[in-house]
Write a protein of this length. Structure first.
Length: 362
C-alpha cells in the first residue's frame, strides 16, 4: 500500500504545481472545464487515501475488527503502513472535512446575502438594477439566477460599455460560472494545495466571459477598456463593508492579466498543455484505484485463516492412525540382505571360470 500511496501523493503534488500554469495556456472555456473536474478528482483522491490509511490502523483495534471478517493480529502483521503515519492521516482527514464544511457554510451564508440583494419581482428579463452608489455588476447562481447591476455603475459607463458589461454577465449566467467557481473553492477547501488551482479556475471563468463579450460586441479593445474602467471605478469608490461573495463579476479576478489578454490575439488551442492536464487526471485516478485495490487485498488476506505450519502437519499425522499394511522390510535391510546373498555367489562363479569348472579338492 505504501507504494500506491506515495504515487498518489506525487501525482497530487505535480497537479498542484503545474495545473495553474497549464490552465493559463489553454483557452479559458477549456481550462475551466478541465481544471475544475480535475481539482475535484484530486480532492476526492486526497480524502480517500487519508481515509484508507486511517482505516487500516483503526481496523487493528479488536472492537472494530469484530465488526468485520478480518483478524486484527493478521492485519497488524500484514499492514506495511507505520502507525504514526496512519494516525496523522486520521488527523488530516478530520481537518480536511472540517475545513471543507466551513467553506461550504461560509459560501451558503454569502449566497443568502446575495439573494437578499437580488430580491425583486421575477420578470422575463434576468437583469435587475439595484439603486446603489457602489459601481458593481454580478451574476447570482441558479436557482433564481439573475444579473444584478447597480445604478452607480450604469451612470458611470457609456452605452457601449454597458453593452460590454451585460454581455459579460450574460456569459456568466448562460454557462453557470458561479457553480464552477464554487466547485473549485470546495476542492481547495479539502486540499489546501489546490488553492492556486482554484484561483486559476476563477481567472479562467472571467476570461471565458471576457472572450464571449468580445465576440458579442466585436471589439476586443472596447472590452479591455470597459473592464479596466470598471475596476478603477471600484478602486476609487468607498468600499462597502462586506465579505467575499460567491458571484461572478465583471471586475473580479486579476484585471491587469485579463486586459493584457484581451489586447492580444484570441486564445488558441495548445494540445501539449491539454494532454498534460488530462494525463495528470488519469494518473490521479489510476493511483487512487491502486490504493483502493491494495487496501482491499490487504483486508482480504487478513480475513483468511493463517497457513498451517510443519508442526501442525506432524501433530495432525500423529493423531490419525495409519492404515493396516503388510510388513515390508526397511530399504536399508533389503539392500544388506541382497548384498550378503549375491556377493558369495558371484565370487564362486568367477573361481569356476578361472579353473575351467574344476573344483579344488578339500
Amino acid at each position: 500500500m505504501t507504494g500506491a500511496v506515495c504515487a498518489t501523493t506525487l501525482v497530487c503534488l505535480l497537479f498542484a504545481l503545474t495545473a495553474p500554469r497549464l490552465g493559463k495556456l489553454l483557452p479559458p472555456a477549456t481550462a475551466t472545464r478541465l481544471l475544475v473536474p480535475a481539482a475535484l478528482a484530486v480532492a476526492a483522491s486526497t480524502l480517500f487515501v487519508l481515509g484508507e490509511l486511517g482505516f487500516t490502523w483503526l481496523g487493528q483495534v479488536p472492537a472494530i475488527a469484530a465488526l468485520g471478517p478480518w483478524s486484527p493480529k493478521r492485519l497488524d502483521a500484514l499492514d506495511p503502513v507505520p502507525d504514526p503515519l496512519a494516525a496523522a492521516s486520521l488527523v488530516l482527514l478530520a481537518a480536511a472535512v472540517a475545513h471543507a464544511s466551513l467553506t461550504v457554510v461560509r459560501r451558503l451564508r454569502a449566497l443568502a446575502a446575495v439573494y437578499r440583494i437580488a430580491r425583486g419581482p421575477r420578470t422575463a428579463d434576468p437583469v435587475l438594477v439595484v439603486d446603489n452608489a457602489w459601481p458593481d455588476a454580478f451574476t447570482t447562481p441558479a436557482p433564481a439566477a439573475r444579473i444584478v447591476i447597480t445604478t452607480g455603475l450604469l451612470r458611470a459607463l457609456t452605452p457601449q460599455e454597458r453593452q460590454v458589461v451585460l454581455a459579460h454577465e450574460h456569459s456568466h449566467l448562460n454557462h453557470r460560472h458561479v457553480w464552477w467557481i464554487l466547485a473549485a473553492e470546495l476542492a481547495a477547501g479539502v486540499n489546501p494545495l489546490l488553492r492556486r488551482t482554484a484561483k486559476a479556475a476563477g481567472q479562467a471563468v472571467e476570461r471565458w466571459a471576457d472572450e464571449d463579450a468580445a465576440r458579442s460586441v466585436g471589439d476586443r479593445q472596447l472590452v479591455a477598456r470597459t473592464i479596466a474602467r470598471a475596476a478603477l471605478l471600484q478602486h476609487d469608490a468607498p468600499h462597502p463593508a462586506a465579505g467575499a461573495a460567491p458571484v461572478a463579476a465583471a471586475t473580479g479576478s486579476d484585471v491587469p492579466a485579463r486586459v493584457h489578454a484581451l489586447l492580444g490575439r484570441p486564445p488558441r488551442r495548445r494540445p501539449l498543455a491539454l494532454t498534460t492536464l488530462a494525463a495528470l487526471l488519469v494518473a490521479s485516478t489510476v493511483a487512487t484505484a491502486a490504493v483502493e485495490r491494495t487496501g482491499e487485498h490487504l483486508f482480504d488476506r487478513a480475513a483468511q485463516p493463517p497457513p498451517a505450519t510443519v508442526r501442525d502437519h506432524v501433530h495432525v499425522h500423529a493423531r490419525v492412525p495409519a492404515p493396516h499394511r503388510a510388513h515390508t522390510p526397511a530399504p536399508g535391510r533389503v539392500t544388506r540382505h541382497l548384498h550378503s546373498s549375491l556377493v558369495p555367489a558371484l565370487a564362486r562363479d568367477r573361481v569356476d571360470r578361472d579353473t575351467g569348472g574344476d573344483r579344488l579338492p578339500g
